[in-house]
Design a protein around this ligand. Structure first.
Ligand code: MRU
Length: 370
């Protein structure tokens, strides 16, 4: 993705010193463009937990970088496998809902062998982190290539008029390595010259829509309009939305979709108004072991301060200001689960499928339980 004409991805090895990892610090967007350095696995853990780095595919890859940094820090005081197990556990505890952290960490630690010298392990893991990044980037690109067909169909069915898309949270390139998940088909359509317009939910309380998605779309030149979280239903009732397109933090093998809190309400409104509801996700976001998303997916609860305070950027610093009575008890679930029956289809790197077990396993036969 280009920012002021320069190509960026979200995370990388520092070019002149690969023992340091760098990433875009999303807390400062859209006010400032800040790059953060990470020297230790604990730095990465903290950045994921405090959402300097966020979005399901990105936190997975960032955690893989964390394991690489952990190897660089290893001081031989305890057995390597025990040491890595503890660091993996730490990283997995940073955010519980997205399955990507577990997926990426487990994949990367599979390349560590206590029989090999630490330098050999470190180089191997570095190569595997690069390969994981390449796969995640490519998967988002493919989601864009499959998903654009849905936009093209709507475009021709509505007589070549602008396709109106509603999205929630940020499932853009900032949440991934590049392209995004929900945004990949949108960027692809825009680049092909199909007129699109995006309704961007502000996405309280962290405002990922207002702060991140709007910024991304603006950088790319895609027309958008920011709306409050409660506006989507009204727009759908008045025929102003052709499709809802969101990302996912964890999708079960039966097609239930966990995503940013409020997604479920958009799906209900879409269902009531015959608007198709799509979730775009790479297979690293599929939890193959979970069947019932509502009962089984752990939903993160975050600090109540996220609701009690607004945030702005003044004189180079992020500042909080009260927007509610500080004494108010707060309940702050960060995600909800949209049941498969409300999902029109899933857009994956292997194609588009129904949100149900058989269709998902048709795309991923190697995951089918015996
Ligand atoms: O809490 P966040 O900002 O990390 O949540 C992210 C989302 O819910 C995104 O929509 C999501 O990760 C979809 S994947 C790009």
């Amino acid at each position: 993705m280009k920012i002021k004409g320069k190509h960026y991805e979200t995370i990388w090895f520092k070019p002149d010193n690969p023992s340091v990892v760098q990433a875009i610090d999303q807390r400062y967007l859209p006010f400032d463009f800040v790059i953060e350095d990470f020297n230790t696995v604990e730095d990465i853990y903290y950045a994921i937990k405090e959402m300097h780095i966020r979005g399901a595919p990105l936190i997975g890859v960032a955690a893989a970088f964390g394991i690489y940094l952990a190897l660089l820090q290893y001081d031989h005081k305890e057995p390597l496998d025990l040491y890595i197990y503890k660091k993996a556990k730490l990283l997995k505890s940073a955010r519980p809902t997205a399955v990507n952290i577990s997926y990426c960490v487990d994949k990367i630690i599979g390349f560590i062998s206590p029989d090999d010298p630490i330098s050999v392990n470190t180089i191997r893991v570095m190569q595997e982190v690069i390969s994981l990044m390449n796969i995640e980037r490519e998967n988002c690109k493919k989601i864009g290539e499959y998903g654009v067909k849905l936009i093209e169909d709507i475009y021709s069915n509505k007589g070549l008029k602008t396709v109106q898309i509603l999205t929630h949270c940020n499932a853009g390139w900032l949440a991934c390595i590049d392209y995004g998940t929900a945004t990949a088909p949108i960027y692809n359509a825009f680049d092909k010259g199909i007129p699109v317009h995006v309704w961007v939910d502000e996405t309280r309380p962290r405002n990922q829509g207002a702060r991140l998605t709007a910024w991304e779309l603006h950088q790319h030149g895609v027309p958008y309009t920011l709306i409050s979280d409660n506006t989507g239903g009204h727009l759908m009732q008045h025929g102003m939305v052709d499709m809802v397109l969101v990302g996912s933090d964890r999708t079960t093998a039966s097609g239930d979709v966990a995503n940013k809190i409020g997604t479920y309400l958009k799906a209900l409104a879409a269902y009531d108004n015959n608007v198709p509801f799509y979730a775009a996700l790479p297979s690293s976001s599929i939890d193959w072991l979970t069947a019932d998303g509502i009962k089984e997916i752990p939903i993160e609860e975050r600090d109540g301060k996220e609701l009690l305070y607004g945030e702005t950027y003044l004189n180079g610093e992020l500042k909080q200001f009260a927007i509610a009575m500080e004494e108010s008890p707060v309940c702050n679930y960060a995600f909800d689960v949209t049941p498969a029956r409300l999902v029109t289809a899933l857009i994956t790197e292997r194609g588009i499928c129904k949100a149900e077990k058989n269709s998902i396993f048709d795309l991923y036969p190697e995951k089918k339980p015996n």
